[in-house]
Structure formats: C-alpha cells, structure tokens
Design a protein around this ligand. Structure first.
Ligand code: SAH
Ligand code: AVI
Length: 385
C-alpha cells in the first residue's frame, strides 16, 4: 500500500499484538488509525525537511497524543507510579540519549559498535537481506556498519528505520539516503509495541514489491539493548509478534547488554556529568509540553538502582518534597509525597543462555551469537525455528 507518489493513505490499523495475545499489553485501547504513507517532498513534520524518503506514520500527532494521554493517566494514578520509557524520546530526549552514548561510563554503545564492526560481514553472509529494518532506530549511527556490509555483499536495496521520535527518525533517514545512493529509505513513525504488524514486506504491511523491492529478504535489527527496556512478559509478546511477521529467510539481529559488576552498571546509568539525570527528567518536560502539565523538574531527583532479583537497572524520579502536580489535559491534579519514587525505565541485563531461551520461547532459533572481547554486550542472530 505504500506509494512513491505523494500523500496516499493506507487502511492498515490495529495492534501488532492483537493476534498473539488477544489484547494490547500496553493497556492502550487500540484506536483505529489511518497511517499515512507519503513519499515526502516537502516538510514531513515540524521543521525536518524530508526529500525522497517514503514515510509511514502510525503515530501522527493525534495518535501520539492519545497514546501519551492513556499512558500518563494510567502511570500517574498507579501505585507505585510508573511512566513508560518510550516517552523520553522527543527531539531533546534523543539528543540527550545521543550524548549518553558518548559518556565514559556508558559502555554499551561502544561495545555493541565493536561487536558489529567485527561481525557485520558474517551477518550479511548469514542473512543477505535486501531490506534492513531497524526498530528503535534513533540516529542509526551503528547501523551503517550493517548497511555497509549488505551493500558490499551487493544485496541491499531498502532501509526501513522505525522509531517513535519522528524528528530524529526523519533526520537520520535523510542522512542515510545521502550516504547510500541507490538504496531506498522508508521511515516508519510507530510504536514497536503496537505497530509491528505493519512492517514493510510483512503480510499486513506492504507486499514487498509495492515499494519497488521484490523477493524481499528482511533483516530486522533491534540494537542498543532497547529490548531490555521492555518487561519480560512484554518482551515475550513482542518477540512472538515479530516472529509472526517473519517469512523464510528473514532474521532478527538482537543487541543485548549482559550482566556484569553492579557498580559498573549503576555508573552507566548515573553518570558524573548528569546527562542521564537530564534524560530521565526529560519525560516530565514532554508531559509538561504535550499535556499542559506543571511538573517542576528541579523537584525530582534522578535515581539509578540495580535490582539483582530482576536483573535490571531501574531508573526512577524521586520527589524531593511534597508537591502537587497538575496535568491539565487530563483534568488531573495529583500529590507526590516527599521521597516518593516513580519508575521511568527498566533496563534488563541478560546472559547468553537467557537470550537464547527467550528467543526459543517465541519460536526463534539462535543461529549465531557474538560478544565483544570483554563479554559486556551481545549480538544474537535468530531465525524462525
Ligand atoms: N538503536 C539506537 C537508539 C537506541 S535509544 C542505538 O542503539 O543507539 C532507543 C530508541 O528507541 C530511541 O530512538 C527511541 O525513540 C526508540 N523507542 C523507544 N521506545 C520505542 C517504541 N515503543 N517504539 C518505537 N521506538 C521506540
Ligand atoms: C535505549 N536503552 C537501551 C538505553 C538503556 O541503556 O537502557 C536507555 C538509557 N537509559 C539510560 N541511559 C540509557
């Protein structure tokens, strides 16, 4: 249904998980949406000029607003309170994350880069994909190693970055288009917890040939350890939903951070320059701006703690005093007690066997697994079992 002519709409809608679980585990009622596909040749959104790339929006302004509204209402009225990490990522949040990746304490990006650099050619040989899809793509910086390997193998035809943050997504898509002439770029603005069913080339997405890519073989990269930001049950649902989209020949390349010394882990999430603290508080700025709230960012302290039982780092925001917050778009006024903590992210750390077991439970067989020399970070290549 995707078209290379301007502003055609598709009728695709629904939850990626509907078939797998019978409901949307995010708790968001799935509003019928009309994702818009357009070969953008003007302004895609905000001030990001998009030229020559195809854009599908599952999270246009209205859907984003509805989804944020539902999450914030549920999260602020829960006990204990909790906000999903996906809302860190407006343009500022993505910029802060990018700064985190360059911090001395934050090793995962450098380690994953090393694993990719050492193994990208092997990955391209194992899965000579015509389409590289990247979930939670952000700036797609490390992804260039995969794009280079697939291009060198002479197979690459299309890149599909997929992210909730439209501005960063379109900017990255444009840069990739410039760097890889002859490769088409199809950016998808969406939530990988809800919109997986519409991946280009999947049964409910485009047919694979409509985007000019026939006999499509897809490599889905999910890098950075972002899968660790999902709870274990949500990870299972996510992996099964992805497995359901796979055809023979498709593969998943999964990046995961590995269990290690808790002191290193905590330092990676509580850096001395305070960038992670600013990233954590950014979710409050997003709510202030998009839901007309009045969170005082100075009233919330950054907390990073290792939870050995769950094998994850938790980020929280601690209310430094008793305070009242009003979220006008929700008609909600709520009180935070002094020292009350609100969870904003989990970041799970894995073992190699644990990853293989989670993939197997979702019907995915591990065909290769690599780590950096220090065993800090893993890449796993998995195919339908
Ligand atoms: N893959 C990049 C970026 C990781 S940061 C890297 O390895 O460095 C996590 C990215 O996932 C952000 O760009 C964020 O906007 C995106 N993201 C987070 N939750 C998401 C969701 N539910 N659906 C789609 N994208 C999401
Ligand atoms: C995107 N994700 C894998 C990062 C992580 O490490 O869990 C987000 C992050 N949170 C704090 N620092 C980085």
């Amino acid at each position: 249904m995707t078209s290379r002519t301007p502003a055609t709409a598709t009728g695709a809608r629904g939850s990626a998980f509907a078939g797998a679980s019978g409901g949307d585990p995010s708790g968001i009622r799935d509003e019928p949406t009309r994702p818009q596909d357009a070969t953008a040749n003007g302004l895609g959104s905000g001030s990001v000029p998009v030229t020559g790339i195809t854009v599908t929006r599952h999270l246009a302004a209205a859907e984003r607003h509805a989804s944020l509204t539902a999450d914030v209402r549920a999260g602020l009225t829960a006990n204990p309170r909790e906000l999903p990490p996906k809302w860190f990522y407006d343009a500022t949040g993505s910029l802060l994350f990018d700064r985190i990746t360059r911090l001395p304490e934050y090793y995962p990006t450098r380690r994953e880069h090393a694993v990719l650099a050492a193994n990208a050619a092997r990955i391209a040989t194992a899965c000579p994909a015509t389409t590289l899809i990247e979930l939670g793509s952000g700036t797609s910086e490390k992804t260039r190693l995969l794009l280079d390997a697939l291009r060198n193998a002479g197979v690459l035809r299309r890149f599909v970055p997929f992210d909730v943050d439209e501005e960063t997504l379109l900017r990255a898509g444009q840069e990739i288009l410039r760097s890889y002439p002859g490769t088409s770029v199809h950016a998808v603005v969406g939530d990988f917890e809800r919109h997986l069913a519409f991946l280009p080339g999947s049964a409910s997405g485009d047919s694979g040939s409509a985007g000019g890519v026939a006999a499509d073989r897809r490599l889905v990269a999910f890098l950075g350890g972002t899968i660790g930001n999902l709870r274990p049950e949500t990870r299972g649902t996510f992996l099964r939903a992805l497995r359901d989209q796979f055809h023979d020949g498709d593969a998943l390349l999964l990046g995961t951070d590995l269990v290690k010394d808790p002191a290193r882990l905590v330092a990676a999430y509580d850096d001395s320059a305070g960038v992670t603290a600013a990233f954590n508080r950014n979710v409050l700025s997003v709510i202030n701006r998009e839901l007309d709230a009045d969170f005082d960012l100075r009233g919330f302290a950054h907390v990073a703690a290792w939870d050995p039982e769950n094998s994850w780092i938790e980020m929280r925001l601690r209310s430094v005093r008793e305070q009242e917050v009003s979220v006008r778009a929700l008609g909600l006024v709520t009180r935070f007690g002094a020292d009350e903590q609100m969870r904003t992210e989990i970041s799970a750390k894995f073992t190699l066997e644990g990853i293989r077991a989670e993939l197997a439970a979702a019907g995915l067989g591990t065909s290769a697994q690599w780590t950096d020399p220090d065993g800090d970070f893993a890449l796993t290549l998995a195919v339908p079992a």
